[in-house]
Design a protein around this ligand. Sequence first.
Ligand code: ZN
Length: 148
Amino acid sequence: MTDLRELYQEVIFDHNRHPRNAGPLPDANRSAEGFNPLCGDRLKLYLKVEDGIIKDIRFEGAGCAISTASASLMTESLKGKTEAQAETLFKEFHTLLTEKAHAPASFPDKLRVLQNVREFPARVKCATLCWHTLYAALANNSQPVSTE
Ligand code: ZN
């Protein structure tokens, strides 16, 4: 278990240092902004959705290591997924972090690296900010999202 924890931490450090899919997306047709006042994390999410499929997704933001790594891992996990699949992943991720439940076998390993965040309740919102922002973008909600 210790090895697994170290592996998870290493993945989080790596995604914080080298975020994937960072930067603007000029041909985005959905976007949303999110803010986590507890920590100060800010995030802008850009999506290109066609025929209900997330063709591309990028993010910009300034936040802590957890929020940046979570956004990076989320964007990697969502490319090519349908909007319905994205909503299911959001629910499973949220349950994993807030209810300390087990994720189903189909849940991506990539997102499991963040599950230890649930031991630090104050940081859970850092990890879920990008997902709340995703939800707003998919719903075409132009109001900035706050985790509070
Ligand atoms: Zn944070």
